[in-house]
Design a protein around this ligand. Sequence first.
Ligand SMILES: Cc1cc2nc3c(=O)[nH]c(=O)nc-3n(C[C@H](O)[C@H](O)[C@H](O)COP(=O)(O)OP(=O)(O)OC[C@H]3O[C@@H](n4cnc5c(N)ncnc54)[C@H](O)[C@@H]3O)c2cc1C
Length: 417
Amino acid sequence: MVMSNGFDADVILGGGGLVGQTLALALDQAGLSVAVIDASKPAETLAPAFDGRAFAIAFASYRMWRALGLGEALDAVAQPIRQILVTDGDLTRGGPSPLYLHFDGAEQEEPDEPLGLMLEARHVRQALDAAVKRRPSIRMIQPMSVSGFERDAAGVWVALADGSSLRAPLLIGADGRRSFVREAAGIRTIGWQYPVTAIAATIAHEKPHEGVAHEYFLPAGPFAILPLKGERANIVWAEPRAAAEALLAMSEEDFLAELRLRFGDFLGRLSLEGPRFGYPLSMQLAERMIDDRIALAGDSAHGIHPLAGQGLNLGLKDCAALAECIADGVAVGLDPGDVSILERYQRWRRFDNTTMALGMEAFDKLFSNSLPPLRTARRVGLAAVNAVGPARRFFMKYAGGAAGDLPKLLRGESLAA
Ligand SMILES: Cc1cc2nc3c(=O)[nH]c(=O)nc-3n(C[C@H](O)[C@H](O)[C@H](O)COP(=O)(O)OP(=O)(O)OC[C@H]3O[C@@H](n4cnc5c(N)ncnc54)[C@H](O)[C@@H]3O)c2cc1C
């Protein structure tokens, strides 16, 4: 704990979603006190049917959650992904292309590690909420919005919607795509809307999925079947806005008939488990991740296409890097908002975030186009990567979050001194 000078906490977090709460736990492990201000109502966000999402979590991200004490709660509900099959094709016109990309966990450097884990959003929210409540140095203020802030040379006064205020040396904006902290700090974004909405839903099926995740690149957009515990899968199905709205509004029976056309019958009979949810897709990158006494983490800094399930993984990498930069800085006597700490964080994370966002963009452009030469080129491309073992292993390592200069938490190491 480094708090002094009339500060209420070492760090104030504006936003306590999946990224904000993970970061609070990481900072707490490093010995800092944290105030988390989150606008959402726990009774809603912790309800089993709050959002239909499930996340593909890279093994490195999962190691961090374990290092932060979530293993006991998550191990029982996490479904290991053993294989990933990527197929280009139009199931409504004769099935997927025979040329595909096949990632098999058994081919990795650590063959016993899964390629990643599938976790339902509700389980992660519940585990994070319980872990945060167990930590006395984390003060969760909820439901409450950050409504303004003022900075001086030593810290930030953060104004809350109820008229009160808190002071700390650093304010972190983990407040999602429409980040108030980012906008009020004058950090601009580049980005655009995709003309598609992703439908997320949980499906029960008859036959076992054996831990195989499928991604079909259909002309309307990507369609993913992601294995969950039991005979269940989460689907993420991108369609042009109007078509997606129609799919979300139609009867369950009609929806399942449309779904079967894409899903196929390899898992037997299908039924819907819970409501369908629609997510209009957009891409958004902040021009920088820091400002005086401010840092951004998670979707507030980068909102990307969910095509390869990497958005939250990027946010979790931000948490690991930012907490480590702050812990190292504080250990040599700096305050948590010192400019050298923030600059180190930005150098560490910016390249990876930008590369991933633009990579997803290029992938989406290539795969959402049905011009015959492009279809041929991508089929040949998929087959070529598939044929070359090292290329396949590189993709597996990158998607697993194990490439590059990994912060301690992503290696499964604690930040406790
Ligand atoms: C369909 C779909 C599927 C996806 N699948 C995957 C996947 O498989 N793998 C993966 O890695 N990623 C995936 N993602 C991306 C992932 O969902 C996001 O990257 C992640 O949820 C971002 O978390 P966050 O905490 O940064 O932001 P958010 O979840 O948006 O949380 C922001 C928090 O800030 C709070 N807040 C907002 N404004 C204020 C304010 N003024 N004051 C206080 N609090 C405030 C909100 O209440 C909220 O709790 C998917 C996304 C979609 C749409």
